[in-house]
Design a protein. Structure first.
Length: 277
């Protein structure tokens, strides 16, 4: 049995790391501990073994977003442990982890299979220059903050509208409680098969968030001059060049995230968003 443990160097995880190593040794689980830093958002210093049984993410939601992109191609289940503040994705408490790992060894644990976005950038529709994945959202904005951008949107090659706004967000149900929510988008249950198209500070009240089926393909074309960029999960950036088209669709694989016992999405919303009883 083999496990990868990713941890944020920004969080106070040192004492928990020692405890976790001892517990994994007792369970006869070989473990590799990998620190994640801002400077190493998309690179790690070793080759991932395809025989790895599971991964643990210690940090906030940003840490698990990083880990999901690293592990996307390997179909490795992730146990996200909350060392952050809000923690919509990192629902596992520190004192729950070992119990959940034992339940996993006995095949008694539940998992969520979360939809991910695949983003492809093409030059003049023909030559693919970039492919990336995101669990929460991708955003298309100008490189200068709060600068107006005009984006032509097509869905399955059907023209939808031109969005004049500070930017555009394409979010998954998981990402519906992140940037999209702060921009006025709706909250979706994590298991739904939908995308949300949410404009950022649109220059017309007619441009509202749009919920579409996840089997659709979204094409984005920047119409304004000047530099623009695509950002994946607020961490990975790709700068667009002239005549490049952004195509967003559902990724072929879903990420497998361990779910705590008696998890209730609505209780999570009440707790994290401070809804009144």
């Amino acid at each position: 049995m083999r496990a990868l443990v990713f941890y944020s160097e920004r969080k106070n995880t040192s004492s928990f790391l020692k405890y976790l190593k001892e517990e994994l040794d007792l369970l006869k689980i070989q473990s590799v501990f990998i620190p994640l830093t801002i400077e190493k958002k998309m690179s790690i210093d070793f080759e991932i073994d395809e025989e790895t049984d599971f991964a643990v993410s210690l940090g906030g939601d940003g840490t698990v977003l990083h880990v999901t992109r690293i592990l996307y191609h390997y179909s490795i289940p992730i146990f996200p442990v909350n060392f952050g503040n809000l923690g919509f994705i990192t629902e596992i408490k520190q004192n729950e982890l070992i119990h959940m790992i034992k339940e996993y060894l006995n095949q008694k644990i539940g998992f969520d299979y979360r939809l991910m976005l695949e983003t492809n950038i093409h030059h003049q529709r023909h030559h693919k220059v970039f492919t990336g994945f995101a669990l929460n959202e991708i955003t298309l904005t100008r490189t200068i903050p709060c600068k107006l951008i005009e984006i032509e949107v097509k869905i399955d090659e059907h023209y939808v509208s031109k969005y004049r706004a500070d930017g555009l967000i394409i979010a998954t149900p998981t990402g519906s409680t992140a940037y999209s929510l702060s921009a006025g988008g709706p909250i979706l249950e994590p298991g739904l098969n939908n995308f949300i198209i949410t404009p950022i500070s649109p220059h017309s009240l007619r441009l509202r968030p749009l919920v579409i089926s996840s089997d659709k393909e979204i094409e984005l074309k920047v119409l304004t001059s000047g530099e623009s960029m695509v950002t994946l999960d607020g961490q990975e950036i790709h700068y667009l060049k002239d005549h490049e088209i952004v195509v967003v669709k559902s990724a072929a694989k879903r990420i497998k995230i361990a779910r705590p016992d008696k998890r209730n999405f609505y209780n999570v919303l009440k707790e994290k968003l401070n809804w009144q009883e």
